[in-house]
Design a protein around this ligand. Structure first.
Ligand SMILES: NC(=O)C1=CN([C@@H]2O[C@H](COP(=O)(O)OP(=O)(O)OC[C@H]3O[C@@H](n4cnc5c(N)ncnc54)[C@H](OP(=O)(O)O)[C@@H]3O)[C@@H](O)[C@H]2O)C=CC1
Ligand SMILES: N[C@@H](CCC(=O)N[C@@H](CSC=O)C(=O)NCC(=O)O)C(=O)O
Ligand SMILES: [Zn+2]
Ligand SMILES: [Zn+2]
Length: 385
């Protein structure tokens, strides 16, 4: 912490999304000090998740411009506003797009990790007091994103949207626990609660899908089928624990559907399927590949505005279950410590997802990296020292 910055605006580098489909503008911005119940973080590392690209594409109904995207990030608390009791300057932290206040109807329900404390203002790109902490060189306000905005060297988040972690945990790996790894792993071990011997199919084997595979393996699933249209994902699937890989563009017999193939491979269908593509047609396939009577399909992928899912109601009448999962069902402030420990004792692979590294200034190339089948996550480093 630098005491000289406390209570003052900070000028720093950030990537501003001025408009949908346009490259981010890497420029100097001003980050105001944190107000009550807010925390200013010096972000050390941030990664690019598919959801950042989705919002930048203009398909997100909550997308607002100009904004500072980014929600997979870790850093060090620079200063805190009044009444912040859970973190202090110098703490190593992960920003949380799924807050945990511990007090709201959602948090106290014991049924969900969703929290309502700051979600409404978060979706409108502003802090809980309805203002922004970000301004560009012209003095114009810039919206926040997902309550995190980690594509800025300094960011301000609500105190319920940040968790302190073991300072011995490397912050590059910690950044990935801010979304992709936690989301997929949690979807398998918490939302689905996969059990030993279960059969599992995962559609879309990026960081989220591979993390589902990792969770299913940890639980002792008997068959884990990775499905992806990119053959470069085959080796990754095997590395993270899949027993089989299918490329639907190449591995189906003439006239055979992916649902038929999966049903044949699993004696009638899977115990669990996961959509990690955001494609609503794939979501239908994933549901219909579930075993009659009990199979559950978990939607993780984020679909564009206007997209809807459909199936014959008979699919549900006959016992298949459609569910969704946000942040893997994980409560960020109370459960992140356990994931960090799992990572530290070797039970949870995280470093293996870092396939590319770049200085923050190359953030637009990091978005390009996402389209290459060999890229799982590009981690961007702020400080070149
Ligand atoms: N619910 C939640 O809490 C969260 C949701 N998400 C969402 O999860 C999804 C996955 O995220 P992430 O892993 O980062 O994304 P990636 O883009 O890294 O992974 C998606 C994978 O799916 C593949 N794919 C695309 N179309 C198909 C298809 N028709 N059949 C099979 N595979 C296909 C892609 O291949 P290719 O690269 O060749 O297109 C890619 O390998 C996104 O929709 C993201 O927005 C992410 C985090 C949290
Ligand atoms: N803004 C979108 C919805 C985006 C969405 O579904 N986000 C996921 C996390 S994606 C992370 O990479 C999520 O957890 N949603 C729950 C939430 O409360 O936002 C839209 O409006 O469609
Ligand atoms: Zn994400
Ligand atoms: Zn809450």
């Amino acid at each position: 912490m630098s005491a000289s910055t406390v209570g003052k605006p900070i000028q720093c580098i950030a990537a501003v999304a001025y408009d949908a489909k346009k490259p981010l503008s890497v420029e100097e911005i001003t980050v105001d000090p944190p107000k009550g119940h807010e925390v200013r973080i010096k972000i050390e590392y941030t990664a690019v998740c598919h959801t950042d690209a989705y919002t930048l594409s203009g398909s997100d109904p909550e997308g607002l411009f100009p904004c500072i995207l980014g929600h997979e990030g870790a850093g060090i608390v620079e200063s805190v506003g009044d009444d912040v009791t859970t973190v202090k300057p110098g703490d190593h932290v992960i920003a949380l797009y799924t807050a945990e206040c511990g007090k709201c109807k959602f948090c106290t329900s014991g049924k969900t990790n969703l929290c309502s404390a700051v979600r409404a203002t978060q979706g409108r790109g502003i802090m809980p007091d309805e203002t922004t902490r970000f301004h560009n060189g012209k003095g114009e306000g810039i919206y926040h994103f997902m309550g995190c905005s980690t594509f800025s060297e300094y960011t301000v988040v609500a105190d319920v949207s940040v968790v302190a972690i073991d300072p011995k945990a490397p912050l590059d790996a910690a950044s990935l626990l801010g979304c992709g790894v936690t989301t997929g792993y949690g979807a398998a071990v918490k939302t689905a609660d996969v059990q030993k011997g279960d059969t599992v199919a995962v559609f879309g084997c990026g960081t989220v899908g591979l993390s589902v595979i990792q969770g299913a393996k940890a639980r002792g699933a008997s068959k884990i089928i990775g499905i992806d249209i990119n053959n470069k994902k085959k080796q990754y699937c095997s590395d993270f624990g899949a027993t089989d890989f299918i490329n639907p563009k190449e591995d189906l017999a003439k006239g055979q559907t992916i649902v038929e193939k999966l049903t044949e491979m699993t004696d009638g269908g899977l115990d669990f399927t996961f959509d990690c593509t955001g494609n609503t047609k794939i979501m239908r396939d994933a549901l219909e590949a579930c075993h009659k009577g009990w199979g559950q399909s978990i939607i993780i992928g984020v679909a564009a505005a206007g997209e809807e899912i459909s199936t014959r109601p008979f699919q549900l009448v006959t016992g298949r279950v459609w569910k969704g999962s946000a942040f893997g069902g994980i409560k960020g402030r109370s459960e992140m410590g356990g994931l960090i420990k799992d990572y530290q004792n070797g039970a949870l692979k995280v470093d293996e997802f870092i396939t590319h590294r770049r200085p923050f200034e190359e953030i637009n190339q990091a978005f390009e990296d996402l389209h290459h089948g060999d890229c799982l996550r590009t981690v961007l480093k702020f400080d070149k020292k």
